[in-house]
Design a protein around this ligand. Structure first.
Ligand code: C2E
Ligand code: CA
Ligand code: CA
Ligand code: CA
Length: 278
């Protein structure tokens, strides 16, 4: 089958995709989506449970497709990565998140920062310059922008990765390590890179009330994060049991359906007042 070359690739993509989406159609549509403004963010609150206040939001990409409706990111971000469209898409996302954040701040809403997911493939030599330009263009202070980086970026243990992260840090951005513990990387990067925050992945949070092992793991991750002076955010918190366990063990910033699903900017506004979740 390999000998069929390009045709095999097309066949595979259009018929055998695990998400059940026709990839050829998706490719054509995705290229148009950027031009036609069909992408948007939903924002999910990160709540400081000590004050009941939203201190940050995570920008989560959505695609409002004219015929197919709202498409979730797992169906098109991997395709964008394969097609080499992820940098373009990522740049759009950074600009849009910064623009929205500036708007919220002008309205006097209480909100410290917006977090944007960064694909490892987007993390090129151009990346720092792009971020810098967008901050200048939109007028957002660097300290109000957080980048969520995955372990795959940290595994790229090259000099240029370290330099890029140091440059972003020097610009004043906040750096967060996303999906912590789900990759195959060593932990040594935690001390080598200038990180501010560690996100406890939903996969650890989800089952720990049913599994002693997962509970021990969550406790260990929190202890490690605290001893390394990293801020902790627990994601995917849905139940009061999870909430109590996490806060009792020292993870005080919570992101999850228990407080709010990702919502549109308009739906978010009324929640952006100090103590809303008290
Ligand atoms: P992620 O970075 O791990 O984001 C958290 C995901 O968990 C989001 O899914 C969010 O809606 C979901 N979530 C949060 N709280 C809960 C909860 O309590 N219960 C459940 N069941 N789910 C919860 P979403 O929005 O579908 O995004 C999926 C992934 O797509 C993200 O995972 C991220 O890896 C990627 N992604 C989203 N937006 C972007 C983007 O702008 N750029 C890049 N490169 N990746 C993005
Ligand atoms: Ca994330
Ligand atoms: Ca992630
Ligand atoms: Ca995650």
């Amino acid at each position: 089958a390999k000998a069929a070359g390009k045709n095999t690739f097309l066949f595979y993509n259009s018929d055998m995709d695990s998400t059940g989406v026709d990839r050829l159609q998706l490719e054509t549509d995705l290229r148009r989506a950027l031009e036609r403004n069909e992408l948007l963010f939903h924002y999910q609150p990160q709540v400081d449970t000590r004050t009941g206040t939203i201190i940050g939001i995570e920008a989560l990409l959505r695609w409002q497709h004219p015929e197919k409706g709202m498409i979730p990111p797992f169906k098109f971000i991997p395709v964008a990565e394969e097609l080499g469209l992820i940098s373009e898409l990522g740049t759009w996302g950074l600009r849009e998140a910064c623009r929205q954040m500036v708007e919220f701040r002008k309205e006097g809403l209480s909100l410290d920062k917006v977090a944007v997911n960064v694909s490892a493939l987007q993390f090129t030599t151009q990346f720092c310059a792009t971020v810098k330009n967008i901050l200048e263009e939109t007028g957002l202070p660097a300290s109000a922008l957080e980048l969520e980086l995955t372990e795959s970026i940290m595994m790229e243990d090259s000099h240029s990765t370290v330099r890029a992260l140091q440059e972003l840090k020097a610009m004043g951005l906040r750096l967060s390590i996303d999906d912590f513990g789900t990759g195959y990387s060593s932990l040594s990067y935690l001390s080598r890179f200038p990180l501010d925050e560690l996100k406890i992945d939903r996969s650890f949070v989800i089952d720990f009330d049913k599994s002693d092992n997962d509970a021990s793991l969550v406790v260990a991750i929190i202890a490690m994060g605290r001893s390394m002076k990293l801020e902790l955010v627990a994601e995917g918190v849905e139940t009061h049991e999870q909430f109590h366990f996490l806060t009792e063990h020292g993870a005080e910033v919570i992101q999850g359906y228990l407080f709010s699903k990702p919502v549109t900017a308009d739906e978010l506004r009324p929640l952006l007042v100090p103590g809303y979740f008290l």
